[in-house]
Design a protein around this ligand. Structure first.
Ligand SMILES: O=C(O)CCC(=O)C(=O)O
Ligand SMILES: [Fe+2]
Length: 374
């Protein structure tokens, strides 16, 4: 029988030639009996345990570690499960995937889905979610010309997330516009709502009409650009991922402000996870003036690289299409259009990236071989 050594704050379990250490509080907290079998939530209160919680006895019994606690409770842990935690292999999150960079020629190969197919075959939502995790962008066609269709499309992946623009917003020319999007002017490359404390994650832009002269869409994989910046100008990359920049959005009744990193790093894998970039919402930068000497060259270089034809994807959104993209990873914009040349109407809304990952985990467990293949 393999010997377990009891220590002051934890115990040592032999795995082959290795001794793995586990803390008593962690073990007691994660006894299989700690979980409600229906809700899968923890129903055990570690706060109520003694400060000097420790095991009275412990041994390996077959494939299990058995522990008798001083208060009489007994726990059994699957050894494979413990070994995975020891090797830090546990809890591999299927929704943490490597992002695939793309460039100006991505339009032809962009992942495409059909609204009715998503409606009829929920398994296909898995492929769509995967494309959004990997590429950060996908096109859905066959959208009915209604507000409800957009709401339904969002609900395939999550819950519509309100922002300072409401539950959804309509991009068309307006009298007395509250922002540049509601004019016929060009919109430089940007991510939306950088002035929000938590800018929204996944953006949906449903094209209801696009008959104007001009008004083409611009999209860029800002992660691909940021990675290139890191290679070519590491000092600029460092500045843009360390400085926090003020953004501000004002209307007659709102004054929304937040500070954001221009380049965001994914703490799960160190990859660039996104950006916050908007010249029309950038507030007056408030660093000491000498720091402007280093900040502006970095900011300008990155902004210009996003416009580089190698990275910039341009296409026309057509009525009945909805472009869905990661608002942190992908910057977007549009060319100006001729006033009076026809109707142009996009309706937009957002869900959070956490919702996308949650839906992906659930569908991946349900359809491990992917959606379209079954
Ligand atoms: O008009 C467009 O194509 C995009 C609009 C936009 O980017 C916005 O409303 O933030
Ligand atoms: Fe936008």
């Amino acid at each position: 029988m393999a010997l377990v050594s009891l220590m002051q704050n934890g115990l040592l379990v032999p795995f082959g030639s290795e001794l793995a250490y586990f803390n008593y509080f962690w073990l007691r907290d994660n006894c299989p009996s700690s979980w409600d079998t229906v809700t899968q939530e923890r129903i055990f209160d570690i706060l109520a345990e003694a400060d000097d919680l420790n095991a009275a006895a412990a041994e390996v019994r077959g494939n299990y570690l058995w522990i008798a606690w001083r208060n009489g409770h007994e726990s059994q842990y699957d050894l494979c499960w413990l070994e995975q935690w020891h090797k830090e292999e546990s809890r591999i999150d299927v929704a943490i995937r490597n992002r695939r960079p793309w460039y100006s020629n991505h339009y032809e190969s962009m992942a495409r889905f059909d609204f009715n197919a998503l409606l009829d075959r929920p398994a296909e939502v898995l492929d769509w979610a995967e494309a959004l995790l990997d590429d950060g962008i996908a096109l859905v066609s066959g959208m009915p010309n209604t507000d409800e269709a957009l709401q339904l499309l969002c609900e395939f992946l999550g819950i519509v997330r309100p922002t300072y623009s409401g539950n959804a917003f309509d991009v068309r020319m307006k009298i007395d516009p509250v922002n540049l999007a509601y004019t016929n002017k060009a919109l430089e490359l940007h991510t939306d709502e950088a002035a929000e404390e938590f800018p929204p994650g996944i953006q949906f832009l449903h094209c209801r009409a696009n008959e104007v002269a001009g008004g083409n869409s611009l999209f860029v994989d800002a992660m691909a650009v940021a990675n290139e910046l890191k290679k070519a100008y590491p000092e600029y990359f460092k500045i843009l991922s360390e400085y926090k920049v003020p953004f501000r959005y004002t209307t007659h009744s709102q004054d929304v402000r937040a500070k954001q990193h221009i380049i965001e790093i994914d703490e799960n894998n160190g990859e660039v996870s996104g950006i916050n970039f908007s010249q029309h919402l950038a507030d007056i930068f408030d660093f000491p003036q000498h720091e402007m000497d280093v900040f502006y060259p970095a900011f300008r270089k990155f902004g210009k690289m996003m416009q580089d034809p190698r990275f910039l994807m341009t296409f026309r959104l057509n009525a009945g299409e909805c472009i869905v993209f990661d608002n942190h990873r992908v910057a977007h914009g549009r060319t100006s259009f001729e006033e009076g040349s026809g109707l142009r109407h996009l309706r937009g809304c957002y869900i959070d990236r956490g919702d996308l990952r949650s839906t992906y985990r659930v569908l991946k467990a349900r359809y491990p071989n992917g959606g379209r293949n079954i």
